[in-house]
Design a protein around this ligand. Structure first.
Ligand SMILES: Nc1ncnc2c1ncn2[C@@H]1O[C@H](COP(=O)(O)OP(=O)(O)O)[C@@H](O)[C@H]1O
Ligand SMILES: [Mg+2]
Length: 298
């Protein structure tokens, strides 16, 4: 080793709150690496100010709280810490409407979307789109509070219920065209411009995501799937994320990108060691950040 930075350990922070199996695997993986000094940054405990010198090279976001992650990432990023993913990627990826817009603008096939802000305008939008439609919270995950609306009577009932719920997010009506998919969707993992693996999520329910019981089966990463996922990751400026896609008679359609993605179900089906690949990338990014800082100080 000839440069100081190569001898120095990589100072890796994990931004988290609840520790799921994914975080346990990432922690174990980081602890196995002799060149990593790991710090757990619990977003429920930290207090940040506006101008901190941060003693980290890289901060990997694994926080289940989108709002805490976004704010923390912005402050760390502005203090010169490389964050994975970036504030911008988490902001866009954590909001289904912004994601749809970014995918659409990048020319990526994604389900047709309408957004409305009152029950009345949402009903007009649904009628205009035609049944069935899918109504989703813009900031939701795990398939929560999503509704497949099959007719006007159901639309009226759901919109009325929503209008009586207090959260601001229930007044953003994000509507998506129904995709007739073959009893499964696909979760593909992209790290630094490579689609490292993918898994089908198979279910009898229309919600096929793992959190709702979808079972993982390996899915081959064809050149088409690889390129599409890399383009989708790039569209949201993501470096390390999961792309959710559905198969249609007209090829793949990308419906979601997930930044602090879950992968425990996919791990049962894929060959890639997802946590190891994530930590590899963090180390690589940290080395690059160290070199850049040294270069700036020459
Ligand atoms: N437009 C759609 N048409 C048919 N099924 C859908 C549609 N959108 C989502 N789904 C199903 O619902 C699941 C969850 O949707 P998604 O948008 O990924 O939300 P979440 O953030 O909860 O994962 C998907 O995995 C898929 O099985
Ligand atoms: Mg999803």
């Amino acid at each position: 080793m000839n440069s100081q930075s190569e001898e120095r350990k990589v100072r890796l922070g994990l931004l988290l709150s609840n520790i799921r199996l994914e975080e346990k695997l990432l922690i174990q993986e980081a602890q196995r690496r002799p060149d990593v000094e790991l710090t757990l940054v619990d977003s429920r405990e930290i207090v940040l100010d506006l101008q901190n010198e941060r003693s980290l090279d890289v901060l990997l976001d694994r926080d289940i709280s989108q709002s805490r992650a976004m704010h923390a990432l912005q402050l760390f990023q502005n203090s010169g810490v490389k964050t994975i993913n970036s504030y911008e990627a988490v902001r866009v990826g954590g909001d289904k409407l912004l994601t749809s817009k970014a995918l659409h603008d990048a020319g990526i096939h994604t389900p047709r979307v309408r957004v409305a802000f009152t029950p009345e305008s949402a009903l007009s939008a649904i009628e205009e789109m035609g049944y069935p439609v899918v109504l989703k919270p813009v900031d939701g995950s795990w398939g929560r509070l999503m509704a497949k609306i099959e007719n006007r009577i159901a639309a009226e009932a759901i919109l009325e219920h929503k209008s009586h719920l207090s959260s601001y997010f229930h007044s953003v009506f994000y509507l998506q065209e129904w995709i007739q998919k073959p009893g499964r969707d696909i979760r593909a993992f992209v790290i630094e411009g490579e689609t490292i693996c993918a898994a089908y999520r198979v279910s009898d329910h229309w919600l096929t995501n793992a959190a709702r019981g979808g079972r993982a089966m390996e899915c081959a990463v064809t050149p088409e799937l690889h390129q599409l996922c890399v383009r989708a990751a790039r569209a949201v400026s993501g470096e390390c994320l999961a792309i959710d896609l559905m198969e249609t008679s007209n090829g793949f359609t990308v419906h979601e990108v997930n930044c602090a993605m879950e992968f425990k179900e996919s791990l049962k089906a894929v060959k890639a060691d997802i946590p190891a690949r994530i930590i590899d990338y963090c180390i690589k990014a940290a080395r690059a950040a160290q070199h850049q800082k040294e270069y700036q100080h020459v």
